[in-house]
Design a protein around this ligand. Structure first.
Ligand SMILES: [Zn+2]
Length: 324
């Protein structure tokens, strides 16, 4: 098959590249460390290197690669492929598209990682065939992507979909963005770790989380949260109840405002949740949405897991290059 693309998922700790055929089959993958502290140009060299590795592992002819798609962190300009600001990489105004095209010689298209994840779910995952989709990914932060009439919607300053920063509790806890009461400050993994620290360290509450983290409550991995839920840990269940409520409040607002056919929930925290909690989210959303606005809206789990980034980047490469 001649019509292949490379999808790249660029994160703060690792870069994953994959060769993907027209049917969405992953033919090969190559993973390298990001090591952002080594400097921008070395990181871009490493991205190019991971792309080359994925191509040679796949066994396909390099000439069959029509385009490269990249999901990168931070606000960026999808038209020019310039990453405007990525604090976890220490990047400001980095012309990622131009730099990679110079190194690899294949047309390259860049978009925000959460947008790309949402596009992946739309083309290959839970949102197949659905025209209007909102993706919400809950991890250390909360990101969102919007697909309208089958296309990513970027907005005037290319920042549409910042769902983590809609206000769900005015005057609530402080958010990394400087405001108070954002969804991310109440329902992200970072926010949950803060709630655990307050309950365990300040109020002396007992929780299996202390043992599962060896007492290190600075960050709590999603796998640990999943184990605590399975163990029916009282404090964890209480915190998750609050988290799902605030996710529901946020979703209620999104449904009132945009009324998409589908909301796809993904990310480590959602993967840790069992279906009871998904029902909690639906119930809360119903409470905060106007009567009947939720009737045609499906609230579902993401299906692609960690592959949403590379598959979405492949879909981006195809859409933007016209490779079909
Ligand atoms: Zn915020």
């Amino acid at each position: 098959m001649s019509n292949n693309v490379v999808g790249v998922d660029m994160g703060g700790t690792k870069i994953l590249s994959a060769v993907i055929d027209a049917a969405g089959n992953i033919l090969s993958t190559a993973k390298v460390s990001t090591n952002a502290d080594e400097g921008t140009s070395i990181v871009i060299d490493r991205i190019a290197d991971s792309i080359q590795k994925a191509i040679s592992k796949s066994g396909v002819n390099e000439a069959s690669i029509e385009a490269i798609g990249i999901g990168a962190p931070g606000p960026l300009d999808p038209a020019t492929g310039v990453v405007i600001f990525a604090p976890n990489l220490g990047w400001r105004d980095v012309p990622l598209k131009a730099e990679l095209e110079a190194r690899v010689g294949i047309p390259t298209f860049v978009d925000n990682d959460v947008n790309v994840g949402t596009l992946g779910e739309h083309v290959f995952g839970a949102g197949q065939g659905v025209e209007n989709v909102v993706g919400i990914f809950v991890g250390t932060g909360i990101g969102g992507g919007i697909i309208l009439q089958g296309e990513l919607f970027h907005g005037a300053s290319k920042t549409a979909g910042e769902i983590g920063h809609i206000i769900v509790k005015a005057g609530g806890p402080k958010c990394g963005c400087g405001t108070r009461g954002c969804l991310e400050a109440l329902a992200s993994r970072t926010a949950m770790a803060k709630q655990f620290r307050k309950a365990i360290l300040k109020k002396g509450k007992k929780s299996v989380i202390s043992k599962l983290t060896d007492g290190d409550l600075r960050t709590i991995r999603s796998g640990v949260l999943a184990k605590a839920i399975q163990a029916n840990d009282k404090l964890t269940l209480k915190i998750f109840k609050k988290v799902t409520k605030y996710l529901g409040v946020g979703i209620g607002s999104i449904v009132n405002f945009l009324n998409p056919e589908m909301i796809i929930l993904g990310g480590g925290v959602v993967e840790a949740l069992d279906d009871t909690f998904l029902d909690n989210i639906r119930t809360a959303a119903k409470k905060y949405a106007l009567p009947n606005t939720l009737d045609g809206v499906q609230i579902v789990r993401a299906e692609l897991g960690d592959n949403s980034g590379i598959l979405g980047a492949a879909a981006l490469a195809r859409q933007r290059s016209g490779a079909g």
